[in-house]
Design a protein around this ligand. Structure first.
Ligand code: ADP
Ligand code: 5GP
Length: 216
């Protein structure tokens, strides 16, 4: 954890998007281990659980009927069909996390990011790009979680994801992991350091000065 880091009063909603295998989960996990008050938005999905994943931690794994029921009930802030499965961000836990002042990371695809933008919710968007398509495919294979058919499906939709990057605030290339990590952490920390998100620090200090001057 970063020593002496004071989180903002008002949490920031971060949207992180990029093609499958670019390194979103790897980078987000490491940022969260370092930066206090940064939470991960646990999406709902109908895809199968992977080895090493935990229900309620990585995703809420829902049956198709349950997912559809929640769509009909308007429970999702955004939802989309990605790589032939349904994924969505639930409204309630998102609002709840932000109401506590925590910052929240949404790892969602380009369609979901467009819906968050359309909803007019203040947020900061970051697009992750691989150094090359070959490197991207290599990472999907090296991860060892998906079969050839799934990898082909994901690679077939890379263009659709990358074409959307023009609407994002930041573009981070995940070539060398340490460089990408430093860049991502820098963006997260800079956005959380915006003056208007830290009013209480100034007000507390001014209050101390006023109280001090009243005593003399
Ligand atoms: P995503 O969440 O975007 O689908 P992951 O975080 O699961 O991607 O990363 C896919 C694979 O690539 C993982 O095996 C991960 O360890 C690896 N990886 C991530 N970043 C890098 C990098 N900069 N260089 C090499 N391999 C990486
Ligand atoms: P994976 O199956 O590899 O975990 O994720 C596949 C893709 O779905 C990734 O691009 C990821 O960002 C996206 N995704 C995960 N959760 C959500 C979500 O809640 N909404 C949307 N729109 N996309 C999501």
């Amino acid at each position: 954890m970063l020593k002496g880091w004071i989180p903002p009063d008002k949490g920031v909603l971060f949207v992180i998007t990029g093609p499958s295998g670019v390194g979103k989960s790897t980078l987000i996990r490491a940022s969260m281990a370092r930066i206090p008050q940064l939470r991960f938005s646990v999406s709902a999905t109908t895809r199968d659980i992977r080895k090493g994943e935990h229900d309620g931690v990585d995703y809420r794994f829902l049956a198709r009927a349950d997912f559809d029921k929640r769509v009909a009930a308007g429970d999702f802030l955004e939802h989309a069909t990605v790589y032939e499965r349904s994924y969505g961000t639930l409204r309630q836990p998102t609002a709840q996390a932000l109401s506590t002042g925590a910052s929240l990371i949404l790892d969602i695809d380009a369609q979901g990011a467009a819906q968050v933008r359309k909803a007019g919710l203040p947020h900061v968007s970051i697009f992750l790009l691989p150094p090359s398509l070959d490197a991207l495919e290599g990472r999907l294979r090296a991860r060892g979680t998906d079969n050839d058919e799934i990898i082909a499906c994901r690679m077939a939709q890379v263009g659709q994801q990358i074409e959307a990057c023009g609407a994002f605030d930041y573009l981070v290339v995940n070539d060398h992991l340490t460089t990408a990590q430093a860049t991502l952490d820098g963006i997260l920390l800079a956005e959380m350091s915006r003056r208007n998100r830290r009013e209480s620090l100034v007000q507390d200090m001014l209050g101390q000065l006023i109280r001090g001057s009243q005593r003399t």
